[in-house]
Design a protein around this ligand. Sequence first.
Ligand SMILES: [Zn+2]
Length: 171
Amino acid sequence: MVSHSPASPPSRAAILEILDSVKDPEVPVLSVRELGIVRDVEVDDAGAVTVTVTPTYSGCPAIQAIEDDILAALATAGVADARVVTSYAPAWTTDWIEADARAKLKAYGIAPPRPAEHGGLVQLLRARTAPPCPYCDSRDTEIRSEFGPTACKSVCWCRSCGQPFEEFKAF
Ligand SMILES: [Zn+2]
């Protein structure tokens, strides 16, 4: 955990490091930074911190929890003067998830999102081919349900290794 003396304003780098400890409630293997939810961090001359976040999709129920978690992590690290603002434009896309974060998803047993075809929510409802299995890389897979435990993931099944797995849908 990063901490700093209240006498000196926190650096932007220190804030980003703190945000790395905040995991996404729906994808706990990734931090809110790795998921691309944190769009900007500003520290003004008085040391007041503003974190700009973009929810993974409009109306995402997790966004309030994410804001609370960010503020709690900053407070724990001694950054009391902080606020979180939400920005909806540009809309978040799974393309903002970096390569190393995709590898973490796969290692966790979640098929990472494929490149987004920008069609907004319509994309969630369209018939799609199943993603490769994150466990054995087989393409002999099927989508069992378009909506898993959370709306942004589908439930898939691998015919090769018999593992059910989730796919982080691209949008
Ligand atoms: Zn498999």
